[in-house]
Write a new protein. Structure first.
Length: 140
């Protein structure tokens, strides 16, 4: 980035280097969500309560992608800014190594919103809806 533009964007604020982004996604059913994301190749790395049949929070990971899921019930009485509804006005864009193989393994198990296609920006991608109404696009 050019130094002039960088100074305008950063202004008087000190730049802090961020290390990672792990969305905490609010859902009705953490256990069901874990089962769905397991189909996508994610593995549970932590849950609360640990080893519970009815977790209220879980962290799952696949390669360099980490997602957290928390039940709406778990935030009752706090964070009123978070809408209490499934899905949302966002799309998770996940880069994968072999998008064709992933599509082939998932297409009959999930709701496919957009099949495998080449985009105007050069990516090959497909889009699905998860068990909570969230939209995920996988691209190579």
């Amino acid at each position: 980035m050019q130094s002039g533009l960088r100074n305008v964007l950063l202004g008087k604020y000190q730049r802090h280097i961020m290390e990672s982004l792990s969305p905490n996604i609010y859902v009705q059913d953490v256990k069901g969500t874990m089962q769905f994301y397991n189909k996508l190749g994610f593995e549970a790395i932590m849950s609360v309560p640990e080893n519970s049949e009815e977790p209220v929070w879980a962290m799952m990971q696949n390669g360099g992608v980490t997602l957290m899921f928390e039940s709406f019930k778990n935030i009752e009485g706090r964070l009123p800014e978070i809408q209490r509804q499934d899905g949302g006005a966002l799309l998770f864009y996940i880069k994968v190594k072999d998008v064709q193989a992933l599509f082939d393994s998932l297409k009959d198990q999930v709701t496919v919103l957009q099949g495998l296609e080449k985009t105007f920006y050069g990516a090959t991608e497909f889009t699905i809806k998860d068990c909570n109404g969230y939209v995920l696009t996988f691209a190579d």
